[in-house]
Design a protein around this ligand. Sequence first.
Ligand SMILES: *[C@@H]1O[C@H](CO)[C@@H](O)[C@H](O)[C@H]1NC(C)=O
Length: 511
Amino acid sequence: MHNLIIKILIVCPQGFSCCTLEMEEKLSQQSRTDVKAPVHQLSSNLQNTFTQRHRHFDQFFRELLSNAEKSLNDMFVRTYGLMYVKNAELFEHFFSELRHYYSHGSSAVNLDDMLADFWTELLERMFRLVNVQYEFSDSYMECVSRHTEQLKPFGDVPRKLRLQLTRSFIAVRTFTHGLVLMPEVVGKVSTVSASQSCVRAAMKMLYCPYCTGQVALKPCKNYCLNVMRGCLANQADLDTEWNNFLDAMLGLAERLEGPFNFESVMDPIDVKISDAIMNMQENSIQVSQKAFQGCGQPKPNMAFRTRRSPKDSGFPGRFRPYSPDARPTTAAGTSLDRLLTDVKKKLKHAKKFWSTLPDTVCVGERIAIGDECWNGTAKSRYESVVIGNGLANQVSNPDVEVDITKPDMVIRRQIAVLKEMTSRLKAAYTGTDISFVNEDAGSGEESGSGCDSPPCDSDGDIYFSTPAPAKPRIIKIQPDKQPSSGTRLAPFSLALAVMALLLALLTPHTR
Ligand SMILES: *[C@@H]1O[C@H](CO)[C@@H](O)[C@H](O)[C@H]1NC(C)=O
């Protein structure tokens, strides 16, 4: 304590002082607070901005997921009626896995496996439905499942959907992580306390005029800059990685507006899955024949012919075609677009935050303009040169003693954290999740397909690039065709037969 007082006593110029020893000590404490206050204020504004943006995005993505589920449910109830209702848990599971993946990433859900399981399960259920006249054992169905790849019952939909979901989910998850990380980094950096020599310099700048009787005298601008650059030397060294990180965030934001647009993947997911189901219905004869060739001729279902006629059930009303709302195919004009426009502005604004802190602090009320200012010894022009930002430049700081061989460890750590996040953002930009790069090394050929050039958008992707919304297909009813033996039926009337049979099969349970 004694040492500290000695130091404080020599802060202000020798000679006349109206400050007692106790006052100087108090003023020194005050200086510590004063030097931190504006930095604290600016940092917490920045923290609030991005905490809020994260909340908006997170809420929006979760809403998109639940809206997609609701809209699929509504459409499928209208279009497939009981057939859907009876199998609704398959789709509920699908969406709950997507939500889980959104929250916890690939450590919780392997998206490729999850999607493969979904299509296999859907194939199994539909295969039984389009072949009700046969009986299938579990081992027979396992055989059919094994042939899913060759049978391609759902056309190109599973492949496309996997690609779209993978890259847009990775983009969304990484982007929201970036938004969470910003306030964390700012928070940790703003806890770094001012060094002893910084506090001394600040006290000399802020309170020595007062102790020498020049109460209202404010520091010269360049004097203030040198003191603050000395005090914030370590913080300024964050700037390079901070800016790289912000550029990577901005890059990914562009991806989210364009080819990795989560909204235009999730919003029409009902139409996409419905397309897959239509594909299966249209291909059901070929798919079944191929399955019979590969897995053997199934046993006829003895109960089949004793069920009541589909004519009695009066179900065709269930096939009311759905009319999809005009769905956006790009982010333009959508809610995601608005969110991204706003967040991009904030990200750009946050650039150079750390290196410009001294300039942001040394303005207005805190300094005096011109030569009628406190230069550290007198009311006079400040003669020293303004030194640069960052630790290395502080060797020649005339006002703050800085040990340039001892970088602040908290700040070093945050530089490393930002570096790592930037790599993840850049990988997400190409559709890759590098947080699990080792586990994913052997998986899907598309997951790492570098999308950093235009070809990415032009893979004939009807859900992204075509301005016209994907035209949903409608099951056409041909009511005068009597369903009899499955194999001779046209696909549409086969679907009709399936519905009738399903309804017939369900009836006993509802009684
Ligand atoms: C402050 O002003 C005094 C008197 O003019 C001068 O001697 C001194 O060098 C100045 N200090 C700086 C750092 O400019």
